[in-house]
Design a binder for this molecule. Structure first.
Ligand SMILES: [Zn+2]
Length: 325
């Protein structure tokens, strides 16, 4: 009897406390989820909303559109729910001069293979044979060109970090399997690196025309850079935010999960884009995006409309050399 008098109230109080704690956890979880969803939507859909820096305890709103040459901030966007454990970029450099312009050729390739007998005009135009490609690499080496990554080019544009005397970027679109079978061995042989833009649906579905995730991991470990070329290679123009997020973040996170580092560059499928695409890329912390427009001058202000030089299968080595001059 005495025991009940002593333990009874303690047990009642304990039970009440446990109940309160559980309720509190439920309420906290609900609030957090609502906040996360709302924040994620605002970050992606409305880029005019200030992003939040989490460096200090105070929340400092910072406009994303106009880069200010004052302080480099850490944009962590902690509340954004992400299906993967992709590390978010620790630092987005603030440009010393957003108009500072560099002239660096970015070569654009698609297939490195002998086109099939029944190839149509488009396939012929997009195909450079391994022999042609090797002759071009040899020419580049004789002329003293050194390949750089897009990340290096971006840092040179923003922070004016030094580049080699004759820098060049080599890019491949679409992620065809010959990138691994033909281009990759030749690049290694010449001590060159390149950037490969893959769209990830054919990789996920084991399409034998395209790279596998294992090939991508191996190439990345050998120093090759990877960028996103969307999920299904659609026309990205006139699309709503959900579609763009699905296409852009879907492939970005799929690649990041394999290579273990942030994907910083996007390449517009068939060179088609509009301002809405740029807004989503900017919100998703891309450093820049590549078009199919002809040119070799690049600046921070034009980082989402970077121009390239298309290498055609019909080009002779003389044409290739002339284009670079
Ligand atoms: Zn493409």
């Amino acid at each position: 009897m005495k025991k009940w008098l002593y333990y009874g109230p303690i047990m009642l109080v304990s039970l009440a406390l446990m109940g309160c704690l559980q309720m509190q956890q439920v309420v906290m979880a609900m609030t957090a989820q609502t906040t996360m969803t709302t924040l994620a939507q605002s970050i992606v859909i409305n880029r005019n909303l200030p992003q939040v820096t989490m460096i200090t305890a105070t929340l400092t709103p910072t406009p994303t559109d106009t880069p200010t040459p004052t302080v480099t901030l850490l944009f962590t966007d902690t509340p954004t729910p992400s299906p993967t454990n992709t590390p978010l970029p620790p630092i987005e450099p603030t440009p010393l001069d957003p108009n500072f312009t560099l002239h660096v050729p970015i070569l654009m390739y698609h297939y490195i293979s002998v086109p099939p007998q029944n190839a149509d005009a488009i396939r012929l135009d997009l195909s450079v044979t391994p022999m042609q490609f090797e002759a071009q690499l040899l020419y580049l080496r004789q002329q003293g060109y050194e390949t750089i990554s897009l990340q290096q080019l971006y840092l040179a544009m923003t922070l004016q970090t030094p580049l080699p005397a004759k820098p060049i970027v080599i890019t491949f679109d679409d992620g065809y399997r010959d990138a691994y079978q033909q281009a990759f061995p030749l690049l290694k042989q010449y001590g060159y690196k390149a950037t490969f833009f893959v769209f990830t649906q054919p990789i996920d579905t084991y399409n034998i025309e395209f790279l596998t995730w294992e090939m991508i991991t191996e190439m990345h470990q050998a120093g090759m850079e990877f960028g996103s070329h969307s999920y299904t290679h659609p026309d990205m123009r006139h699309r709503d935010a959900d579609f763009l997020v699905y296409q852009i973040l879907g492939s970005k996170e799929a690649i990041e999960a394999r290579i273990g580092e942030p994907v910083r560059f996007f390449c517009y499928p068939s060179g088609r884009y509009d301002q809405a695409v740029i807004n989503v890329l900017d919100s998703a912390h891309f450093f820049g995006a590549l078009t199919t427009q002809w040119g070799d001058s690049h600046s921070f202000n034009e980082r989402f409309e970077m121009s390239r030089i298309r290498v055609r299968g019909t080009d002779s080595l003389d044409t290739f050399a002339a284009v670079l001059k």
